[in-house]
Design a protein around this ligand. Structure first.
Ligand SMILES: [Zn+2]
Length: 235
C-alpha cells in the first residue's frame, strides 16, 4: 500500500495538518488549508474514495473545496465518502455559512455518503475497510483499518487511549497514530503512550503523526518515527 503523507502535524504549527492519499485513490481527511497542496501537488482526478475521521476543522474543513474541484472535473466519477453520520448535512450547513450555495446541487451528484459505525466493515474494489469508534472527547470520531491485497494499514484518527487503539494496531502491518500530547488526556494519545504501544506490538511499524510543537520535542526521546509532509510510505 502506498501512503502519500499530505500532512502529519496538528493545527498549531506551520506545516499541514494530518492527511493522506492512499494508493493515489483514497483521500483520508481534508484539513483546513490542505486543499492548495492537494490540488497542486497531487492528482485529485484519481481520487475515488474519501474518508473523514471526524468533523474537527483540521480533518474536515477543506472537503467543500474537494467537492468544488470534482464539480469542475466532470471526468471524475461519483466519490464514496466514508464519514461519521451527518456529513452531508454538515456540508450543506457549511455551504450556507460561507455562501457557496451553488454546491448544494452538486453534493448528491458527486458524493455518495457511507456512514461510519463501530465495527462496520465496508468492502469495495478489493478494499476492506473496518471502522473503529475512537475516544476523542465525546465525539463521533473514527479510526480505520484499510486492507488491500493482504496488507492492512491502520489509521487512528484523533484518539485518546482506548481498547480500539489496540484492536487496530493488533491487525495492522503499520499504524499512523495520533501522537499529539506530552501528557495523556481524553482527547489525544501522548508520545509516551504511543512509545509503550510500539513496544507492546513490535511487529507493527509505527508512524507518529498529528504532532504538536511540544510532542515533536518529546518524540526525540523515543525511537518513534515521524513521517514528514510530502513523504511517501510504502507498506
Ligand atoms: Zn479532533
Amino acid at each position: 500500500m502506498k501512503i502519500d503523507v499530505v500532512g502529519s502535524m496538528c493545527t498549531w504549527v506551520l506545516d499541514l495538518s494530518t492527511s493522506y492519499i492512499i494508493n493515489d485513490e483514497f483521500l483520508f481527511d481534508a484539513p483546513q488549508g490542505s486543499f492548495k497542496t492537494l490540488m497542486n501537488v497531487y492528482d485529485l482526478t484519481k481520487i475515488k474514495y474519501i474518508i473523514v475521521s471526524h468533523f474537527h476543522s483540521d480533518h474536515f474543513m477543506d472537503l467543500h473545496l474537494v467537492l468544488e474541484y470534482i464539480k469542475n472535473h466532470s471526468e471524475i466519477p461519483k466519490i464514496k465518502v466514508i464519514a461519521p453520520k451527518g456529513c452531508r448535512e454538515r456540508l450543506l450547513t457549511l455551504f450556507d455559512l460561507i455562501e457557496i450555495g451553488y454546491l448544494r446541487e452538486e453534493i448528491d451528484k458527486k458524493f455518495e455518503f457511507i456512514d461510519a459505525e463501530n465495527n462496520k466493515i465496508i468492502k469495495f474494489d478489493g478494499y476492506k475497510i473496518k471502522c473503529f469508534k475512537m475516544t476523542h472527547l465525546n465525539l463521533d470520531s473514527y479510526g480505520f483499518l484499510i486492507e488491500k491485497d493482504g496488507v492492512a494499514v491502520g489509521f487512528s484518527g484523533d484518539t485518546a487511549m482506548c481498547n480500539n487503539v489496540r484492536k487496530i494496531i493488533s491487525k495492522s502491518k503499520a499504524i499512523f497514530i495520533d501522537s499529539s500530547n506530552v501528557e495523556p488526556n481524553n482527547k489525544h494519545l501522548s508520545v509516551k503512550e504511543v512509545a509503550a504501544l510500539s513496544d507492546e506490538f513490535p511487529s507493527c511499524k509505527f508512524y507518529a503523526v498529528h504532532l504538536s510543537p511540544y510532542s515533536i520535542k518529546e518524540l526525540k526521546n523515543t525511537s518513534l518515527y515521524h513521517p514528514k509532509q510530502g513523504e511517501v510510505v510504502i507498506v
